[in-house]
Design a protein around this ligand. Structure first.
Ligand code: NAD
Length: 250
């Protein structure tokens, strides 16, 4: 796949951990020049540009995109991956919590895309890939707020695809099932018996294990590459069958 990304610049929000880190690795291995835009960007010595960015802060996002373009010479691929979780029904989260999660998961991708668009318009291979979740279509319990945020990611993916197709910019999203990342480690660590909880979580997956971050990254790579040049406005599930009710273990 290397030839597909030679000379292209990619920016990945939330690229310091989990799925985002796997996307960064996959894009770099495939020949792209990559920037990580993350609250925890830190220092790097692997050729990846690290830019500390808070996607809830418009100034921070604009400055980060400017840094990418100045340092790397342009921007062809934007991966909107930064996200945070929330548990509970609609009764369980107050307005402040709703606004906090929507600010990162929905407005975060809006801010980054808005800042990136002028540069993407100049690219011959422009692609935006958003990280959604199967909750957007699966209807899982105890995730009302998170589901609303990822439903918006899927809906915005379609709206943005329609708006920007005439400018040659494709917009798609990847919808992971339960993926084995530090996010899941944090959730399991809060359980009384993390190992038993992990086993129960794996047993709830149709294919008997969690999705890997690398599996999600490979789909992002496809959606970011010219291999998918006729694909825009879609969400691809990487969930081991979880979103299909018929495949869920009873
Ligand atoms: P993670 O917690 O390992 O990584 C998330 C990254 O986002 C972190 O590096 C964090 O610093 C960054 N981030 C958070 N808030 C930010 C902000 N305001 N500005 C900039 N960066 C910020 O999580 P992950 O599991 O790799 O999740 C990545 C994406 O995948 C999220 O959008 C999440 O909703 C989605 N997702 C995860 C799963 C899963 O099971 N892990 C399933 C479906 C979807």
């Amino acid at each position: 796949m290397a030839a597909e990304f030679d000379g292209l610049v990619a920016a990945v929000t939330g690229g310091a951990s989990g799925i985002g880190a796997a996307i960064v690795r996959a894009l770099a291995e495939a020949g792209a020049t990559v920037a990580v835009l993350d609250l925890d960007a830190g220092e790097r010595d692997d050729g990846v540009l690290a830019v500390r960015t808070d996607v809830t802060d418009d100034e921070s996002v604009r400055a980060a995109v400017d840094t990418v373009v100045t340092r790397l010479g342009g921007l062809d691929i934007l991966v909107n991956n930064a996200g945070i979780g929330a548990q509970g029904t609609v009764a369980d989260n107050d307005d402040a919590e709703w606004l906090r999660v929507l600010d990162v998961n929905v407005l975060g991708m809006v801010r980054t895309t808005r800042a990136a668009l002028p540069h993407l318009r100049r690219s011959p291979a422009a692609a935006v890939v958003n990280t959604g979740s199967i909750v957007a279509t699966a209807g899982l319990p105890q995730r009302a707020l998170y589901t609303a945020s990822k439903g918006a990611v899927l809906a915005l993916t379609r709206a943005m695809a329609a708006d920007h197709l005439p400018e040659g910019i494709r917009v798609n999203c990847v919808n992971p099932g339960t993926a084995d990342t530090p996010w899941i480690d944090r959730l399991l660590a809060a359980a009384p018996d993390p190992e038993a909880e992990r086993a129960a979580l794996e047993a709830r997956q149709p294919h008997g294990r969690l999705v890997t971050a690398d599996e999600v990254a490979r789909t992002v790579l496809y959606l970011a590459s010219p291999l998918s040049r006729s694909t825009t406005g879609v969400g691809i599930a990487v969930d081991g069958g979880m979103q299909d009710l018929r495949l869920r273990p009873r």
